[in-house]
Write a protein that binds this ligand. Structure first.
Ligand code: PLP
Length: 406
């Protein structure tokens, strides 16, 4: 019998809701009330910000953490703290959230986009090497969807060329590369605690590092240029007020407590889903990499081959999945295509005008463009369900394929 898809008026695979997000309980409630009643709402002199900094650093195998307002600020503070500025080039992938590259512009440096790998959605070390110039100062690998980038490749290039490495780990809480958590594998790493992230404080961010000097520098920038040992009205460098509040830290602390168990559930479900999807031609699930000892699964990223689905486009597939009760997303567009990069000021090499001429309208990263055209995202919250939820996802994919190829 012909399969009638929900998009054509058939019965959807599921109508059951997906797990609600955020997940919270007595811990979050008590922590917020504790902050409220204490009257100490400010991070300076507070209890939760230092406690969370210590706990978060430890949870990412780092010596230090500095909490800030959000993940965008974390990148800017890290770049400024490490002395990146006017005339410097910073290598970034184009398959990421705007902040990875806009933070580079915000410190008057020039983002240089290099292509990604087709299997991992992450920066391609071979492309980094080819983009290095005498102005290159840093690389920002992004652990997209919580899948660690090839840090062997990135760190090897950085060492050989004397470059700074700032990991954008906004999506990669608890992710591990060769048994070590991401974040402080390079010079420092940045995280986000924005509402959709695997650790959610509404908004929030952190910079983690091992090196005491990097810690001091980043700390200064986040606290209006003060030094950790200096006086209150003593400002040594140009900083800003990027400080986190006690409210954010209290919620983040409680959420961090939930992370190990939630990461287990996401991993278990992602592995089940990969098994189920491996039998479906035209769907490429994330391939394993033995060097990735923990994927954070902020996103489950697929690639879709229209040829195996009767020539139906990726966007038709997204609509059909949505109708079956499985919300999925097309994900990013190549970042260099955003209008901000085509503007004259950016075209002339960052706002400071002393960088390399960079015409972003001429940038081409073919792998990224392909993945933006055929990529599909499943969200971390969907991975917090049970095995039957994963079965629904696979069933919807299979049903759509049957309908379109029969
Ligand atoms: C890869 C990446 N970098 C940076 C950020 C910025 O974090 P925030 O939203 O907390 O400013 C995000 C958040 O979406 C992100 O996904």
């Amino acid at each position: 019998m012909a399969v009638k898809l929900a998009v054509d008026g058939g019965t959807p695979v599921r109508t059951k809701p997906w797990p609600a997000w955020p997940i919270w309980g007595a811990e979050e409630e008590e922590a917020v009330l504790d902050v409220l009643r204490s009257g100490q709402w400010w991070g300076i002199g507070g209890r939760y910000v230092p406690k969370f900094e210590e706990a978060f650093a430890a949870s990412q195998d780092a010596k230090h953490a500095v909490c800030v307002t959000n993940g965008t600020a974390a990148l800017e503070v890290a770049l400024r703290g490490l002395g990146i500025g006017c005339g410097d080039e910073v290598i970034v992938p184009p398959y990421t959230f705007i902040a990875t590259a806009s933070s580079v512009l915000a410190v008057s440096a020039t983002p240089v986009f290099v292509d990604i790998e087709p299997h991992s959605f992450n920066i391609d070390p071979a492309a980094i090497e080819a983009a290095i110039t005498p102005r290159t100062r840093a690389i920002i690998p992004v652990h997209i969807g919580g899948r660690p980038a090839d840090m062997d490749g990135v760190l090897d290039i950085a060492r050989r060329h004397g470059l700074i490495v700032i990991e954008d780990a906004a999506q990669a809480h608890a992710a591990e590369w060769r048994g070590r958590k991401v974040g402080a594998l390079g010079d420092c790493g940045t995280f986000s605690f924005q509402a959709s992230k695997n650790v959610n404080a509404g908004e929030g961010g952190a910079i983690v590092c091992d090196d005491e000097t990097v810690y001091d520098k980043v700390w200064s920038v986040h606290n209006v240029g003060r030094t950790r040992s200096g006086k209150w009205y003593e400002h040594h460098v140009l900083g800003g007020n990027f400080r986190m509040t006690e409210w954010q830290a209290a919620i983040a602390m409680a959420q961090l407590g939930r992370l190990p168990q939630q990461t287990e559930v996401r991993t278990r479900n992602a592995e089940r889903l990969t098994g189920l999807l491996s039998g479906i031609t035209g769907i490429m699930a994330p391939p394993p990499d033995p060097r990735i000892t923990r994927h954070a699964y902020h996103l489950y990223t697929l690639r879709y081959d229209a040829d195996a689905f009767g020539g139906h486009s990726r966007d038709e597939f997204l609509a059909a999945m949505g109708a079956e009760g499985i919300p999925v997303s097309s994900g990013y567009v190549p970042l260099y295509k955003e209008v901000v990069f085509a503007r004259r000021s950016a075209g002339e090499g960052a706002w400071c005008r002393s960088g390399a001429k960079m015409d972003y309208t001429k940038v081409q990263c073919p792998v990224c463009e392909q993945l933006c055209a055929d990529g599909v995202w499943i969200f971390q919250t969907q991975l917090l369900g049970d095995g039957a939820d994963m079965d629904d996802i696979a069933e919807a994919v299979g049903r759509i394929q049957s309908a379109w190829t029969q």
